[in-house]
Design a protein around this ligand. Structure first.
Ligand code: GAL
Length: 658
């Protein structure tokens, strides 16, 4: 249960949230949604239940996301996040048993492609509270035999998407699904039966375990990360000195949190209110990560309301959210502690707040990210944070009255507007994310003999894989997640090229255009700031230091300069590049060599760029005398311009793993 801690938040210093080093460079920054809450036009167990729900509101066309997918992906992109968690609506994919709707499947496949094209990694949830009516009529999770239908759907989607989706959530919040549907009666099927709660809970765990084991055994199964999403709701005794309150808190904690976590840990599941535990085949070790959805704590007494619409007790200093439960960020750390016994990477798959006028959400974000950053600093393995939610949406039994979005949605016009909290979140994310990587990968190896006359040098294999893959390995360790690869005029040779954990975009030319021409033609794909690399050089430097230097000097262009090279090609004075000349016979005062890896503001390209064939470095560097900054770093860079250098690089890579 953990000790109920409270902080004096007024005295907390939030400066680290914008420092850029509170979270690791490869932290997964995301936003989350679920199909039924945003898509609109769904027919499933929820749409059938809605007339009987607490608010009586119908989901109807919701955010009309089904028809606004591209616009919404752009909204995600505008938040600077690297990841997006969505759920796949089974009732669309298999509207009747055994009948697959190929158009619906294609819609999700396009969603994934369009996310990747914008450098956003998808995370797919296979069950987020909703399922088709035909399956509900068969008894849904009340019958163990039904589980195989859901597995078939999961397999189908995994077959279609797992080549492009690395992150999968099996079931969202099984304890919420079971308790809201079968204890409190607020979710479909709206029952109050402990017996059914036990059965459904057990079947949810069976389904999760089977799903995990089945998907893991499929193609791409090993590569993908599959996990369960657990809502951690903390229960604290209202009066700590009162044994009845303590008893009640422990009881609820056991039923809502611990039995599920223990089940995952041991493979034996004791369903809420069950007397005995049951071995579930494949349950032990059935998660590659644990998804934590965290919202609040509840204060326990023996007389707690069993209806959500009666205000729960809160501490006098706590602030109520629109959902009436309090904002309690300290509990997020306790949630991490609670799941840490699983020894799994932790991902915050949901955290957010119902706040109609957005006056609480900025502080809510700051507090929960502060807690997350501190937990990481303390050594906890927390990989990511997904804000719930991208935009205001259909909040289940509460209908449209509870607004959780970073974007406000006008449900009449469907217009989306960024909230102040959304701007804050994107600012924090931006401070922690590496820029886009742009790789000039089209150059041919004129000095490498026959082998690269018709093949870009970046595709030459060194130590078992193309040099480009080694370069991307390095960019990934540095926290980069998206790369634009300028393939030159032989771009078809990159067909099918992929790199795990990175979203790649390719741009091909119809004729050789040089480095400058290739950048100019791809300018619509460039972000405002990017890291520029040469596709045939491996330059394993610390990007964090380079980008920080670029930022501190407010430079439009920062070049990495080494003094350890046999020839020199530039003169740097007071930290700035004064002259550049790569003709091969440099003046004696030249004191540095441009070693690759630079940070570029797109404005530089727009100012100096032109149509046709031209060289980036020979045009831009001389033109920017005393404007471009020199980032001094003597890390060895490996180029493969000649057969001897290629052999040395091979030797280096055989010994080192990046
Ligand atoms: C979670 C649920 C989400 C969302 C959120 C806010 O339990 O997974 O779908 O509704 O709560 O209440």
């Amino acid at each position: 249960m953990g000790i109920e801690e409270h902080r004096d938040w007024d005295s907390v210093d939030y400066t680290r949230l914008l420092s850029g080093d509170f979270f690791p460079p490869d932290f997964m920054w995301g936003v989350a949604t679920a199909s039924h809450q945003i898509e609109g036009g769904n027919t499933n167990n929820w749409s059938a239940f809605e007339p009987r729900s607490k608010s009586g509101q119908l989901s109807g066309d919701a955010c009309d996301h089904w028809n606004r997918k591209e616009e919404d992906i752009q909204l995600i992109k505008n938040l600077n996040v690297s990841h997006y968690r969505f759920s796949i609506e089974w009732s669309r994919v298999e509207p009747q048993q055994g009948v697959w709707d190929e158009a619906a499947i294609q819609w999700y496949s396009d969603l994934v492609d369009q996310l990747h094209a914008k450098g956003i990694q998808p995370m797919a949830t296979l069950h987020h509270f909703t399922h088709p009516l035909w399956w509900d009529e068969k008894g849904g999770f009340e019958k163990e035999d039904n589980v195989e239908d859901w597995i078939r759907f999961s397999v189908k989607m995994f077959e279609v998407l797992s080549d492009r989706v690395d992150w999968w959530c099996t079931i969202n919040e099984p304890a919420v699904f079971a308790s809201m549907g079968y204890v409190l009666g607020e979710f479909p099927p709206g029952e109050r039966s402990f017996k059914k709660t036990r059965i459904v809970s057990t079947n949810l765990m069976i389904a999760h375990a089977r799903c995990y084991q089945t998907l893991k055994s499929m193609e791409h199964g090993k590569r993908t990360q599959i996990g369960l999403v657990k809502n951690i709701n903390l229960f604290d005794p209202y009066r700590r000195w009162n044994p009845l309150h303590r008893f009640q808190a422990r009881l609820l904690d056991g039923m809502f949190n611990l039995c599920w976590i223990k089940g995952l840990m041991t493979g034996r599941f004791k369903a809420p209110s069950a007397l005995r535990s049951k071995e579930i085949p494949g349950l032990k070790g059935s998660s590659d990560f644990i998804g934590v959805n965290y919202y609040t704590h509840l204060l326990a007494t023996p007389f707690m309301p069993t209806k959500v619409d009666i205000d729960p007790l809160i501490r006098p200093w706590e602030e109520r959210t629109d959902f009436r439960y309090p904002m309690y960020a300290e509990g997020l750390r306790r949630a991490f502690d609670m799941v840490s016994c699983l020894n799994l990477p932790i991902i915050v798959t949901e955290n957010g707040v119902a706040d109609d006028d957005d006056d609480m959400r900025p502080e809510h974000i700051r507090r929960h990210l502060q807690i997350t950053g501190e937990a990481i600093a303390d050594g906890m393995d927390i990989r990511g944070f997904y804000h719930w939610s991208l935009m205001d949406n259909f909040e289940w039994a509460e209908g449209y009255d509870q607004r959780f979005g970073l974007y406000h949605v006008d449900f009449k016009t469907k217009e989306r507007t960024l909230k102040e909290s959304g701007a804050l979140y994107s600012e924090i994310v931006k401070a922690h994310r590496m820029p886009q990587v742009v790789i000039l990968a089209g150059g041919l190896g004129t000095r490498l003999g026959e082998r690269t006359k018709q093949m870009p040098k970046s595709l030459i294999e060194v130590s078992g894989k193309p040099i480009l893959s080694h370069i991307l390995d390095w960019t990934r360790t540095q926290g980069c997640m998206e790369a634009l690869i300028l393939t030159g005029h032989l771009g078809e040779q990159f067909d099918g090229f992929r790199h795990e954990g990175m979203a790649l975009t390719f741009h091909q030319e119809s004729e050789p255009l040089g480095t400058g021409g290739a950048l100019w033609n791809a300018r619509h794909l460039l972000q405002d700031r990017f890291i520029l690399l040469w596709g045939d050089d491996l330059h394993p430097i610390d990007y964090g230091r380079l980008v920080a230097h670029h930022e501190q000097t407010s430079s439009p262009l920062t070049l990495t300069v080494t003094t350890k090279h046999d020839e020199m090609n530039l003169l740097h004075v007071d930290g700035k590049i004064s002259q550049y000349d790569k003709s091969g016979s440099p003046p004696a005062e030249f004191n540095g060599y441009e070693s690759g890896t630079s940070v570029v503001e797109k404005s530089v390209l727009l100012e100096h760029g032109k149509d046709g064939k031209w060289s980036w470095e020979e045009t831009v560097y001389p033109n920017m005398s005393m404007k471009a900054i020199a980032h001094m770093d003597n890390t060895k860079f490996w180029d493969m311009g000649t057969p001897e250098r290629l052999a040395r690089l091979e030797e280096f890579l055989n010994k080192t793993s990046l």
